[in-house]
Design a protein around this ligand. Structure first.
Ligand SMILES: [Zn+2]
Length: 330
């Protein structure tokens, strides 16, 4: 018999279901609700999920994470366990440092996200309008096109401002707004300031998330970059052959929230910066999964610097060659 306790503790049913059905229709407490995909559900969502299980109060279907995958994808028990990354607990570092309890992070409140979404739409129009011209030129110089600006809903804050998103007072400095959209709504909004430090500020009330989530296409490789602009650039350059995302500075517990997404990739390409922090991040992943492979930035500190030297064609060629070389090694 397969002991699946570790798997069940690792996989949050709510996130697993949200990655397939999108943002929940409603939440009450820690329970998330959707319209049930297993029967013709009415206007009121019947499917409820918790961390450790789910149940439809319409058709009675219910179970744990494994049961969900079996039913949705028509898999056997063992296939479903495999699809969820196997029964083993994730290997942990051999030397035990102070362990912190893993908290399940939930997305920001519905009010926060709704207000943030409204702001993102407005800021996006600012960037595309005359007041955003210099910011657009800055992005173009980093290899980010107007098409990318539309695809990623980038925005521009023309002047420092205060906003209220849900019950959170949010300071938005002048700069380029970078929203992390999950199911079409922001989980966080980062601002790249043109001058002064720190260069990047995250709007208060957001949560770490897998930046690029909504643009994942189920390719075999997922390229993980370090910064958002790098991810946007690389998706334009090689997005037809692999998926691209970044966790930014997410903590371990934040990253674990996205395991149901990550386990669907046979290969994770680690494209972190060419520096000590990037190397530590690569080691972190190597210690946790055999599916991680390094994809080193060919020149300069990060993908944007490499692009400045190699251009679209050179950078694309480099990535394609290196994916090929890895496959060849078996
Ligand atoms: Zn149902």
């Amino acid at each position: 018999m397969t002991d699946t306790q570790a798997l069940k503790e690792r996989v949050d049913c709510r996130i697993l279901i949200a990655t397939e059905l999108g943002d929940p229709v409603q939440r009450s407490g820690s329970a998330w609700q959707w319209r049930c995909p297993f029967h013709a559900d009415g206007r009121t969502p019947s499917l409820t999920a918790w961390q450790d299980g789910w149940k439809c109060f319409g058709c009675g279907a219910h179970g744990d994470a494994i049961a969900w995958v079996m039913k949705r994808r028509n898999l056997t028990f063992l296939e479903a366990v495999q699809a969820l990354g196997g029964a083993d607990p994730l290997p942990t570092r051999p030397q035990v440092t102070r362990s912190t309890p893993l908290r399940v992070r939930e997305p920001p409140s519905a009010d926060w996200r709704q207000d943030a979404l409204g702001a993102v739409e407005t800021l996006h129009l600012h960037l595309l309008g005359p007041e955003g011209e210099r910011a657009r030129e800055y992005l173009h110089r980093r290899g980010i096109t107007d098409e990318d600006i539309r695809l990623w809903k980038l925005g521009y804050i023309p002047a420092d401002r205060l906003a209220r998103w849900g019950d959170v007072e949010v300071k938005l400095p002048r700069g380029i707004a970078i929203p992390a959209l999950v199911g079409g709504v922001p989980w966080y909004v980062k601002v790249r300031r043109p001058t002064g430090g720190p260069k990047y500020i995250q709007a208060k009330g957001g949560r770490s998330a897998l930046f690029g989530h909504d643009l994942l296409q189920g390719k075999a490789d997922l390229l993980l970059c370090e910064g958002e602009f790098d991810a946007i650039l690389m998706r334009r350059i090689v997005g037809d052959v692999l998926d691209v995302a970044t966790f930014g500075s997410a903590s371990e517990s934040d990253i674990r929230l996205w395991l149901p997404v990550l386990v669907q990739y046979p290969s994770l390409l680690l494209g972190f910066d060419n520096d000590a922090a990037g190397e530590r991040a690569r080691q972190w992943w190597y210690e946790r999964t055999r599916r991680a492979h390094g994809l080193l930035v060919p020149t300069g500190k990060d993908w944007t610097e490499a692009w400045l030297k190699l251009g679209d064609e050179g950078l694309r060629e480099y990535v394609l060659e290196n994916i090929g070389a890895r496959d060849g090694q078996g």
